[in-house]
Design a protein around this ligand. Structure first.
Ligand SMILES: [Zn+2]
Length: 321
């Protein structure tokens, strides 16, 4: 699950850093001197414009910040705060330790340390969230003041991320296969919708999305074949999720495919289109308005790239509904 990183930035130094490497992101060329080619290639994928919002923390007194930084993962959300409010957020893409790079970007602090525990951000957003709103959302005392770099517990983080809708749809937390399986087992007896609504099944969607989109910004709809930003694609179950057995839900490599929000997801879910022998077809059991038919004609007869020997049984189930 994604966590919240508290990053108070009221000091002169922090304000300068915010201007120098978040507001004016670091060009990838400037990083390539310090980082291995493999990392640079990854960064190029994540930042097509070549500009990388970059932040770093010092080790701190007695290395107090090091274990905190150690908890940071892809998909965590940093909250920058100063003067009584949270003024910006950003989503963690990747982190690395690099003294040379940090020195180049920000120099040294008074105690001779540099901000070498680096993390790269994306989806920078401006906010004006007073501390009191933050405190009440996560359940802190009204007079709590954000002080010092910290990483919040998952449960408290979740309250903040959901309430202010801060989660990324691109950069997702790492959920292991074991965690996914555990969650499927844990909630199999519960009403599926209820599990979704109460947010108990929080790991399932990130896990499935990560399998399909792998932190990429653009993906391909499995029905119409069009490419879209991944926040316009869903990880859709071919066989209705609530009808799947435990084994079928664990068959995550075959049971879900990407579908776009421009119709394919709904058209498929409601049975207006079916996939037969790898081809997208209209469904003779349904009735169509002329306008709906116009839409369906646009995708009809396309080859579905996700139809294969492993997924066939799920498409057949869908077709028979
Ligand atoms: Zn589509």
């Amino acid at each position: 699950m994604s966590k919240v990183i508290l990053q108070p930035s009221g000091s002169v130094e922090a304000r300068e850093h915010y201007e120098d490497t978040i507001k004016r992101p670091v060009p990838i060329q400037a990083l390539s001197e310090y980082l291995p080619a493999e990392t640079i290639d990854q960064l190029k994928d994540f930042y097509p414009d070549g500009l990388v919002p970059t932040w770093g923390v010092t080790p701190g007194k007695n290395n107090v910040n090091v274990p905190k930084w150690g908890k940071i993962q892809t998909g965590d959300v940093t909250l920058f705060s100063a003067n009584g409010h949270i003024f910006a957020s950003g989503v963690v893409v990747m982190k690395l330790q690099h003294k040379g790079l940090a020195t180049q970007l920000w120099g040294y602090d008074k105690s001779g340390q540099t901000w070498e525990y680096i993390y790269f951000l994306d989806e920078i957003k401006q906010h004006h969230i007073p501390y009191i709103e933050f405190n009440r959302t996560v359940g802190y005392a009204d007079n709590f003041i954000i002080q010092g770099f910290n990483v919040m517990r998952e449960e408290l983080s979740e309250r903040m991320l959901s309430f202010f809708d801060l989660k990324s749809e691109i950069y997702l937390p790492d959920v292991s296969e074991e965690e996914y399986e555990k969650e499927i087992l844990q909630f199999e007896d519960h009403d599926n919708l209820d599990t979704y609504r109460t947010g108990k099944g929080r790991k399932e969607q990130p896990f499935l999305r990560k399998q399909l989109f792998k932190n990429k910004k653009v993906g391909t709809c499995g029905i119409c074949g069009n490419q879209y930003p991944v926040d316009l694609l869903v990880a859709a179950h071919i066989k209705k999720r609530s009808k799947c057995s435990r084994e079928e839900r664990l068959d995550y490599k075959n049971i879900v495919i990407p579908m776009c929000k421009f119709g394919c997801d709904d058209l498929f879910e409601k049975g207006y289109i079916i996939v037969v022998d790898g081809k997208v077809l209209r469904n003779s059991k349904k009735s169509y308005t002329p306008n709906l038919l116009e839409k369906v004609v646009q995708i009809e007869s396309r080859e579905c790239q996700h139809w294969n020997e492993n997924t066939r049984k799920y498409f057949e189930w869908h077709q028979q509904q």
